[in-house]
Ligand binder design. Structure first.
Ligand code: DAT
Ligand code: MG
Length: 236
């Protein structure tokens, strides 16, 4: 939905741009990287627009006309505009992953993929908090032991942002039981048994929202534009 709105805004801009194509505005090289944010407390979303124009010479006489054009329109000139629909997901390295020195390894997999870290903190949750986090599993026989374990030591709580990060984050993590996780996944490469599977990741948009709100205050989420985004996102 958001994506459609942004695409339609982009399309309008492009129509405007092509209408003025015969003017000397197709000049210069520019990279447009405008980030529209709509973080009102609990429902974060970011849309980024990236694009590129080709270099051309600008005859001097055209300069005054050029200055009269709104910068945003100028920068979107003849560009392939990419409207990314950003999501955020909650990822936690459990006490076993922290104690085994796997923080950097795990974070790098998300980072190298192209996802963006927007919140991180090291906390020792108490058992009541762990029970809230795993509330959907309270009927399971392992529930109490699981909550004891999560509250037994430091947990690295994180929020990662990117297009498709909720679903793809789960792919990076791998199957719940490391015996069934594919090699190449975090659990597949770094864990052996289900009771010590080192990492948690939200399993859908609703849980992502709930878990981010449980572990983080809204002001702990950092909205910023990463330098690499213009290389991670784009259309050809
Ligand atoms: P996931 O963490 O992949 O979302 P889940 O939500 O079903 O998996 O379970 C939460 C955690 O509970 C899981 O990471 C490890 C533990 N767990 C799941 N099934 C288990 C089992 N059969 N025995 C012991 N622990 C289990
Ligand atoms: Mg789960």
């Amino acid at each position: 939905m958001r994506s459609q709105i942004y695409r339609s805004v982009s399309n309008s801009l492009r129509s405007f741009i092509s209408a003025s194509k015969s003017s000397p505005l197709c000049a210069g090289r520019a990279v447009a990287a405008a980030t529209a944010t709509s973080f009102r407390g609990k429902a974060p979303a970011v849309a980024s627009f990236y694009g590129r124009t080709e270099s051309r010479h600008v005859p001097n006489g055209w300069l005054s006309g050029l200055l009269a054009v709104p910068a945003a329109v100028y920068m979107l000139q003849e560009q392939d505009v990419y409207a990314a629909e950003m999501e955020r997901t909650f990822i936690a390295i459990k006490p076993d992953g922290v104690q085994r020195g796997l923080i950097a390894e795990i974070m790098s997999r998300f980072e190298h993929k192209g996802f963006k870290l927007v919140a991180v903190k090291l906390v020792v949750p108490n058992k009541e908090f762990a029970e809230k986090h795993y509330h959907d599993l309270k009927e399971r026989p392992f529930f109490s032991g699981l909550c004891d374990f999560l509250s037994s030591g430091p947990v690295l709580a994180m929020v990662w942002e990117g297009e498709g990060v909720i679903k793809y984050g789960r792919k990076l993590i791998g199957a719940t039981d490391p015996q069934k996780s594919e090699p190449g996944t975090i659990r597949g490469d770094l864990a052996v048994v289900v009771g010590r599977n080192i990492i948690h990741g939200s399993d859908g948009p609703e849980t992502a929202k709930d878990e981010i709100n449980l572990w983080f205050k809204p002001e702990e989420l950092v909205t910023y534009q990463s330098n690499s985004e213009k290389w991670v996102y784009g259309l050809n």
